[in-house]
Design a protein around this ligand. Sequence first.
Ligand code: ADP
Ligand code: MG
Length: 601
Amino acid sequence: MSKVRILDEETISHIAAGEVVERAASVVKELVENAVDADARSIRIGISADKTGITRISVTDDGVGMDFDDALLAFRQHATSKISRPEDLDGITTLGFRGEALASIAAISKVTFTTKERGSASPEAARVVIHGGELISHAAVGAPEGTSIIIEALFYNTPARRKFQKSVPTELSHVYDMVERIALSNRHISFVLLYNGKERFQTFGTGSYPDVIAAVFGSSFSKELTPVSGSFGPVKIDGWITRPGSEMKTTQTRFYLAVNGRQVTSRQLQWAIREGYGTLLPKGMFPAAFLDITLDPREVDVNVHPTKREIRLSREREVMRSVQDAVYQALHEERVFSPAPGHKPSVCSRLTSFSLPSPAPAHDSVTTLPAEIVGEPVPAYSAKQVTGQAPLKQTEKQLRRTETGELPETDIFVPEVLGQIGDTYILAKNESGDLIVVDQHAAHERIMYDQLLARASSAESGQELIVPLPITLSKKEIAALPDLQEVLASAGYLLEPFGKDVWMVRSVPVVSSTLGDPEVIHAILEAALDGVGSTDEVLDRVLKTAACRAVVKGNTPLTIEQMQRLLRQLMATRSPYTCPHGRPTTVVLSKSRLAGMFLRT
Ligand code: ADP
Ligand code: MG
């Protein structure tokens, strides 16, 4: 006897429902997305729960509604008004299109659906009641324009799925997350969410991103963000991301990415955002990102999974590049360092509230080096002599060498130094009474790196040594040097062959004569040879190593004056809050955080 049979309608609908409706939040998502697709201006979501779980979900909108017959038809599987031909799948502009949600939800719950078509002459609305896929009634009732749907007894006839529901708080948090995401990408619609009759969340449909972000995360959070906007290749990008120096998280839960209005999860796009931050992002940390990514709908395949959270992009690499560029540009534009529009400077933006005179300020500012540095024959400092010197005096010299002369004093906010701890950290305060802790090594490294970078490839990158310095090289170094000469010259190092395994160092980077130490040059060659890469990448490795070697180490006592100078220079760099390797230079313990620690309110 044949064992293969076609499944009956009810079983099919339960299988389909299993894919679409995983938990209460999936129901909320489908219903709210239907309201968005129906051109609603206001959407009201109600959730009720008791000890047993979520008991009732309602979604009411003022959208286009449906006529009497469509109200019933909408519950049939694969019934949709959003597409009609296979070609339509290639350019989806609505959130829904599969015609599955209402049928699936009605198969596993008790649904009361009331709808009245916008602008219809008839005074009556349609009401459809369905329990577990079975039609209970289809009748005319009185109701306002728009649609209202009530879901009760979710999963009552699918005990397996019901068992997998988590505690009420967990399920609720998924519901909130879902509504917040949809509200963030539909800012012209006002959303209200009530839990057991109490209002939990509201947006006002003003269209403004900061308004919705403030509604979700509180108004102080939006001050930590900086805008991103513009067209990049095939993509238009708009949104907000964490400004450097603000609080980062170790998880990526605060990525809110909408592609053509649809909230999506995409590892590729998350990666692109982090790449855009580059060294501004401390290792293992994640920024918050709210981005609207708009591109030709034909480039996006949303028909990957029934929940449509995953998408495929036909020009994925280009889109990733665009996102990366947008983030990079936003972070490196001057406005990063000015307070977000419409907000009073917060703790962190106070720290960042200075403006830079020009896109590449260091070029001009470094040229006026103190006479004592220019006049000093560099090879006088051998590695041994450096370590042999009294730390304070040597440090003073190192710091002086990074003195940048004319600094744009006017707008720079420089925290006031209070002291040093552990010979490693600088303690300072700002005008708002926040405590600022600076890692002196990381800070100095940032200063050095910026100065090296600003001078790299310019005629002023190196200072010629009065007495050229011979350096004995390994076989590997000698083999590689001819290829590296150009990159090293960009960094300020002029090296020429002299004997069998000896080369002459004719000039070293101008910012620090410590960089003439043979030990440092070996380290730099090692970094240059460490892996492949474009010329720029090799140069970057060289500069990072040079910066690291030229700076004040931890465990060095500094005077107040030295520390103050270091902070002033740090604040004048383009990215004061991370060292070139991405570690933080600065930690801010805000006044309010201190108050919290002492349980003051
Ligand atoms: P889809 O959204 O994929 O089209 P659904 O099962 O979610 O499928 O909805 C079926 C149809 O019912 C939609 O195409 C739409 O025409 C109609 N509909 C559902 N919800 C609403 C609503 N809130 N307002 C107006 N029409 C709706
Ligand atoms: Mg739908």
